[in-house]
Write a protein that binds this ligand. Structure first.
Ligand code: A2P
Length: 341
């Protein structure tokens, strides 16, 4: 460990066990939006990743789509591995295959590029980022046609892509593979046609969208679940606004029920929202570029929510009405045959 500095060995003592036996820390550091839509520059993100590692996060979630893999790779390699503060095997790195590469032949080179950017030989988990494919045009994230709509790849074939994902496990470049933003029907189709079962589903999940049926389905099928936007993603409104869609997200952090529970426990509302998720055995990947909040968000293992508090929080579920991230900032995405909602 580091010289003269004490780093918490076990800031996140709780894990989900993947089918390959790997232990995924239940509290991870999310980086979506940290470097997208010019939310944070590379320097700010690098300082935040360094802070997250200092605070004890070992699970880091990124994606080729977030354009921040080089920053994350730089911090991990130069500030943590090269200095002996952490070993690669102590980290749990997750990245994702972007929609513009949702074709079987694109899987291998795309993962290889992510590995180069992350400066590692393997990822602990490689996810198919979304069920809909987008046509590739250079390095554009979301190529758009003259009508303003994204150029959809209507030929998306999940089973063919999954076979290529399995080959990445065989090659050792991905220790485990999974999916993100898939619905139950789409996951079932993979289960019916796979050699290696998905290890993880990453979906939007928070107190207003508790995803009860989907989580139950995953648990029955040995698929771990990771919650993105666990705090309700304040800030993602900007991404909608940037394409001219006016949305106002509800403020989960100031929900009175959550506030009352938090004040009785002497915790913050964010900690209660995160604890509600991890206490269900679901991983959560809150994002922050603020060191105080980064530190706060991982301190959710020194208290427990009572059965009564859990019932009160469970009752805040709005079902599908609670969904905030419907992906429609990808203009025209709902016309794709695999658009999930
Ligand atoms: P900031 O980076 O200034 O901390 P989610 O993970 O649900 O998408 O939410 C991320 C957003 O929530 C970011 O805008 C982040 O802002 C903010 N955030 C993260 N942690 C906390 C916290 N503990 N309390 C309040 N807001 C938070």
């Amino acid at each position: 460990m580091g010289i003269g500095i004490r780093y918490p060995d076990m800031a996140c003592p709780a894990f989900a066990t993947l089918p390959n036996g790997a232990q995924m820390p239940l509290l991870g550091y999310g980086t979506w939006q940290a470097n997208f839509c010019v939310q944070a520059g590379a320097e700010e993100l690098e300082a935040a990743v360094d802070a997250a590692l200092r605070c004890g996060y070992r699970h880091i979630d990124t994606a080729a789509f977030y354009l921040n893999e080089p920053s994350i790779g730089k911090v991990i390699q130069e500030k943590w591995i090269d200095t002996g503060k952490v070993r690669r095997e102590d980290l749990f790195l997750v990245t994702k295959l972007p929609p513009t590469r949702l074709r079987a032949p694109a899987v291998r080179p795309t993962l290889q590029r992510s590995l180069r950017d992350l400066r590692t030989d393997y990822v602990d988990l490689y996810l198919v980022h979304a069920p809909f494919g987008i046509l590739e045009r250079g390095d554009e994230l979301l190529p758009v046609g003259e009508d303003g709509n994204v150029l959809l790849d209507m030929e998306t074939d999940h089973v063919a892509v999954w076979k290529a994902m399995e080959e990445e496990v065989d090659a050792g470049r991905a220790k485990a593979i999974g999916i993100s933003n898939f619905n139950q029907r789409q996951i079932q189709r993979i289960l019916d046609n796979c050699r290696i079962r998905p290890a993880n589903l990453q979906v939007e999940l928070h107190v207003y969208l508790q995803q009860r049926p989907l989580v139950e389905f995953c648990q029955q099928n040995g698929i771990t679940v990771t919650a993105y936007s666990p705090l309700g993603s304040p800030g993602s409104e900007k991404i909608y606004n940037s394409v001219g869609i006016e949305v106002t997200f509800p403020d989960l952090i100031s929900n009175p029920v959550v506030k009352e529970i938090a004040s009785a426990l002497n915790k913050t509302t964010a900690q209660v929202l995160l604890r509600h998720i991890v206490q269900r055995g679901i991983a959560a990947i809150p994002k922050s570029t603020n060191e105080r909040r980064i530190a706060q968000n991982i301190q959710v293992f020194d208290f427990e929510l009572s059965a009564e508090d859990m019932v009160k929080l469970d009752a805040l579920d709005r079902g599908d009405e609670g969904r905030l991230i419907d992906m429609k900032f990808v203009v025209g995405v709902e016309n794709h045959p695999e658009y999930a909602w």
